[in-house]
Design a protein around this ligand. Structure first.
Ligand code: NAP
Length: 282
């Protein structure tokens, strides 16, 4: 029951109606019997500063930040974590004693999901497709773990910018840029799709061509989570490779934020089930 003691969290974005996060976090609070609530907060461009300052004024404990405000909130934070400075994006805000901390749990969510899926990053090589916000989080995560990463993006200049920006924060990062998709994946252990190719309603699309086999030793991580079994993940499964879906990254970034806000261990199963339910309902 919402009452005078209910603690508040929200999602700042524009639009926010399609997000799985309210269902995921409210399911977690219900599961733990916690008097917290997580609400969608649609914030139009131009209102970002007022919205962020409003979090403090209204006694919010924190918020998630979604597209298109992940960069726009940065100037209004009192502190930025190292990963936010490297990635240039905040996806979670924690309010502590009136101060706003900008955090990023996307990259850690990716790493936790990768490990939970059975991939041990030690001594491996990765190919990342895409160079947008998701790819930044992935490349930061992998290079921070010491993996050499190759990037292929439709627009090569954007991949070059990503590499340049990240190398300022992770100087030892080994990043190489590919002009074309490689003709085989023998030299790689991990393939990550960080493009929207395959996302509903274009569910028949894949970033990987049908006529180039995926080797069975490969782990294939698709950031796309709608549908759960993307064409790329189905290609991986058919080839005997290990598929990991984007829902795991979403759930783990949410779980990390839940822990930061509440100090409690996140109920992962309830969070995953709530997301699956929303996805099944369409
Ligand atoms: P973004 O910043 O807009 O970047 C999109 C990237 O995909 C760019 O590199 C773009 O290339 C490339 N791309 C777009 N359309 C393409 C096409 N038709 N063919 C080839 N490349 C194409 O998007 P984002 O935020 O990184 O998100 C990418 C995907 O990851 C989305 O589906 C998103 O939902 C998902 N995602 C999931 C999670 C999760 O928690 N599971 C987290 C973040 C993102 P150009 O540079 O050439 O435009």
């Amino acid at each position: 029951m919402i009452d005078g003691r209910t603690r508040l969290l929200g999602l700042i974005g524009w639009p926010v109606a399609h997000s799985l996060s309210p269902a995921m976090h409210n399911a977690a609070f219900a599961e733990q019997g916690m008097n917290w609530v997580y609400v969608p907060l649609p914030v139009p461009p131009g209102q970002v500063e007022a919205a962020v300052r409003g979090l403090v004024a209204l006694g919010f404990r924190g918020a998630n930040v979604s597209v298109p405000h992940k960069q726009a909130v940065m100037p209004f934070m009192d502190e930025l974590s190292d990963s936010v400075q490297a990635l240039g994006a905040v996806n979670a805000i924690v309010v502590r004693e009136g101060r706003l901390s900008g955090e990023n749990t996307d990259w850690r969510g990716f790493l936790v999901a990768l490990r939970a899926g059975g991939f041990d990053p030690g001594g491996r090589r990765a190919l990342v497709l895409g160079a947008g916000g998701g790819a930044r989080a992935v490349v930061y995560a992998l290079t921070s773990e010491g993996l050499p990463v190759s990037i292929y993006n439709r627009t090569p200049a954007r991949a070059a910018r990503l590499a340049h920006d990240l190398q300022k924060h992770v100087p030892e990062a080994e990043i190489s840029l590919l002009e074309t998709l490689p003709s085989d994946l023998k030299g790689f252990d991990l393939l990550v799709n960080a493009t929207p190719l395959g996302m509903w309603p274009e569910s028949d699309a894949s970033p990987w061509p049908d006529d180039v086999p995926l080797p069975p030793h490969l782990t294939v991580f698709d950031l796309v989570y709608r549908p759960r079994w993307t064409k790329l993940l189905r290609q991986a499964r058919q080839a005997g490779a290990r598929p990991i879906g984007g829902l795991e990254m979403l759930v783990h970034q949410g779980a990390l934020a839940f822990e930061m806000w509440t100090g409690s261990a996140p109920p992962l199963e309830a969070m995953r089930a709530a997301c699956e339910k929303v996805l099944m309902e369409g």
